[in-house]
Write a protein that binds this ligand. Structure first.
Ligand code: G1P
Ligand code: ZN
Length: 543
C-alpha cells in the first residue's frame, strides 16, 4: 500500500522569496516534485494524524502535483487532507482554510504572477499552522534535506476525485475533504466589510471593473462582486481560470493590465478598476483617471481602515517591506502606532501579525493584507477600498489627492531589468556593496547621500537576523534608491531598482512620476553602472 521509492537528490531546490519556483519541464523531471514534497515533510515534526491543506492556483501541472501530494501525505501519516474543489484555492483562501480548520500546515501550488503553461512556471510552497509562509528556519531545513534525500514515501491508490465536494476515507484511512473553494473565504470577507454599504453604493450606479486575468480569483470575484454585491454581470472580466491564464502574464500592474488601465484613463471610465494575480494575493487599484501605487494604497488603506467593521477599533501597527515607499510610515507616525520595516516577502510579516504588533501589511509589489489571514490578499484590498469609497462617498482621485495633501506625496517607481546574466547581476551588487563606505557625503546632481547600507532585519519577535536584503542609498530629504535581486525569477537574474522621492509641497504633487524621479534615476545609473554591467539601455518593466 505504501511504497518507499528510492530517489537521487537535485541540487537546485532552494526555496526563494516565496517557495520553490521553476519551469514546468524542470518540475516534470523524474521525482522532482516528490523530492521536494518529501523534503518538506522530513523537515516537519509532529504531523502524524493531523490535517494538511493542499491547494493551487489552477495553473498547468496543478492537478498532477496535487494527486502526488495527497498520496504522499497519506503515506507520511497525515490523518486528513483538505483540498479546494478542482484543486483550486487562492493563496489567501488557502491561508484562511489552514487557520479556520486548525490544520497543521498547507502546501500551496503556485508561481503567483508568473505565466503558466507547459513551458512556463510552477511552484510549491509550504505554509505553517498560522496560515503563513514557512519562516526561513524551515525553508533552510527543507533545502538542506533536498540535497541529500534518497527516498520518498507514496501511497499506492488511484487518483482521487477532486471535483466532488464531500468527505471520503482513502485506502489506508486518511480522510480526504473536498471543499467549495469560495465559500469560507467569502464568509470571512462578509465579516470584515460592510457589504450592505457597498451594495448600496453599487445600486446607486457606481461602476466597477474587475479583471481576474483568467486566474484563480475569477470564481471568488464573480461570487462576491456580482452575486453578493449586485454589480451587473460583466463587471468581472476574464473570470474563467485557465491553466495558461489565456497566454497572459497574470501580474496586475498597469503594464500587464493595459486594457483595463487604458479604459480607466479614458472617457466614460468606470468609477473603480481592479485586478488580481495568478494566485489571488496581489491587487491593482485604479480610480477613474488615476492609478494608485501599491505603496500609496497601503498608506491610504491604513489611514482609512477604521471605516470598515473589521478594523473599527483601529490598527495596532503597520508593517511594510523595506523597498515599499515610506508613505505608510507617515500614517503610523501621525496615529502613534508601530511601524515595522521588513525584508521583501510576506513570510516576514507573520511574526508581527501573530504577536499583535501589526494589523495591516504591504509591499510595493502590489501586495496588501491584514491579520485576517497570513498572506497578502488581493480581493481583501479591493473590498477595503470599496468599503472606504462607500463610507466616504468621494472618488478615488479625491481620496488620493487629499491623502497627499495631508501627509505629503511619496513619488515612487520600480525599474526591473529581467533575464540579466546572473554573474553580471551579482557583480553589480558586489560593486554596490564595495561602495557603501565611501558613498555618504557624495553628491549626485542636487542629491546628497546621507546613508548607504545593506539592509539587515532583526525580527523583534523571534530575534532572528536576515542579512543582505537589499542595498539602500538614502539621500538627504527622504529620497532614496534601493537595489536588490529578485528571489522569485526562474531564468537568469532580475535586478530591481526602487526609486522614491518624498515631496511635502502639495503644489508639486502633479508631476509625472518618472519626471519627478529623474535625478534619482540618473544617480542610480551613475552609482550602479547598470547599462554597462547589464548591457541594457532601459528597464524591461517600469511600474
Ligand atoms: C517579488 C516581490 C515581493 C513579493 C514576491 C512574492 O519578490 O518583489 O515583494 O513578496 O514577489 O509575490 P522578488 O522577485 O522581488 O524576490
Ligand atoms: Zn501572487
Amino acid at each position: 500500500m505504501i511504497k518507499s521509492v528510492s530517489t537521487t537528490p537535485y541540487q537546485d531546490q532552494k526555496p526563494g522569496t516565496s517557495g520553490l519556483r521553476k519551469k514546468v519541464p524542470v518540475f516534470q523531471q523524474p521525482n522532482y516534485a516528490e523530492n521536494f514534497i518529501q523534503s518538506i515533510f522530513d523537515s516537519l515534526e509532529g504531523f502524524q494524524g493531523k490535517c494538511l491543506v493542499i491547494g493551487g492556483d489552477g495553473r498547468y501541472y496543478n492537478r498532477e502535483v496535487i494527486q502526488k501530494a495527497i498520496k504522499m501525505a497519506a503515506a507520511n501519516g497525515f490523518g486528513k487532507v483538505i483540498v479546494g474543489k478542482g484543486g483550486i484555492l487562492s493563496t489567501p483562501a488557502a491561508s484562511h482554510i489552514i487557520r479556520k480548520y486548525k490544520a497543521f500546515g498547507g502546501i500551496i501550488l503556485s508561481a503567483s504572477h508568473n505565466p503558466g503553461g507547459p513551458t512556463e512556471d510552477f511552484g510549491i510552497k509550504y505554509n505553517i499552522n498560522n496560515g503563513g509562509p514557512a519562516p526561513e528556519k524551515i525553508t533552510d531545513a527543507i533545502y538542506a534535506r533536498t540535497k541529500v534525500i534518497d527516498t520518498y514515501k507514496i501511497a499506492d491508490f488511484p487518483d482521487v476525485n477532486l471535483d466532488r465536494i464531500g468527505k471520503d476515507e482513502l485506502p489506508g484511512g486518511m480522510i480526504l475533504s473536498v471543499l467549495d473553494s469560495v465559500e469560507d473565504y467569502t464568509a470571512l470577507m462578509e465579516e470584515l466589510f460592510d457589504f450592505g454599504a457597498i451594495r448600496n453604493l453599487i445600486s446607486l450606479g457606481f461602476r466597477i471593473a474587475f479583471d481576474a486575468m483568467s486566474a484563480v480569483t475569477g470564481p471568488y470575484a464573480k461570487e462576491i462582486f456580482e452575486n453578493r454585491l449586485g454589480a451587473p454581470s460583466g463587471s468581472v472580466r476574464n473570470f474563467m481560470p485557465l491553466p495558461d491564464f489565456g497566454g497572459h502574464h497574470p501580474d496586475p500592474n498597469p503594464v500587464h493590465c493595459k486594457e483595463l488601465y487604458d479604459e480607466m484613463m479614458g472617457d466614460d471610465a468606470p468609477d473603480f478598476g481592479a485586478a488580481s494575480d495568478g494566485d489571488g494575493d496581489r491587487n491593482l487599484i485604479i480610480g477613474r483617471g488615476i492609478f494608485v501605487t501599491p505603496s500609496d494604497s497601503l498608506a491610504i488603506l491604513a489611514a482609512n481602515a477604521n471605516l470598515a467593521p473589521g478594523y473599527s477599533g483601529g490598527l495596532a501597527g503597520i508593517a511594510r517591506s523595506m523597498p515599499t515607499s515610506g508613505a505608510a510610515d507617515r500614517v503610523a507616525e501621525r496615529r502613534g502606532i508601530g511601524m515595522y520595516e521588513t525584508p521583501t516577502g510576506w513570510k516576514f510579516f507573520g511574526n508581527l501579525l501573530d504577536a499583535g504588533m501589526a494589523t495591516i501589511c504591504g509591499e510595493e509589489s502590489a501586495g496588501t493584507g491584514s491579520n485576517h489571514v497570513r498572506e497578502k490578499d488581493g480581493l481583501w484590498a479591493v473590498l477595503l477600498w470599496l468599503n472606504i469609497l462607500a463610507v466616504r462617498g468621494e472618488s478615488v482621485q479625491d481620496i488620493v489627492t487629499q491623502h497627499w495633501q495631508t501627509y505629503g506625496r511619496n513619488y515612487y517607481s520600480r525599474h526591473d531589468y529581467e533575464g540579466v546574466d546572473t554573474d553580471a547581476a551579482n557583480g553589480l551588487m558586489a560593486n554596490l556593496r564595495s561602495q557603501l563606505g565611501s558613498l555618504p557625503g557624495k553628491s549626485f546632481g542636487p542629491l546628497k547621500v546621507e546613508k548607504a547600507d545593506d539592509f539587515a532585519y532583526h525580527d523583534p519577535v523571534d530575534k532572528s537576523v536576515s542579512e543582505h536584503q537589499g542595498i539602500r542609498i538614502l539621500f538627504e530629504g527622504g529620497s532614496r534608491v534601493v537595489f536588490r535581486l529578485s528571489g522569485t525569477g526562474t531564468s537568469g537574474a532580475t535586478l530591481r531598482v526602487y526609486v522614491e522621492r518624498y515631496e511635502p509641497d502639495s503644489s508639486r504633487h502633479n508631476i509625472e512620476t518618472q519626471q519627478a524621479l529623474a535625478d534619482l534615476i540618473v544617480a542610480a545609473e551613475t552609482i550602479a553602472d547598470i547599462r554597462s554591467r547589464t548591457g541594457r539601455d532601459a528597464p524591461s518593466v517600469i511600474t
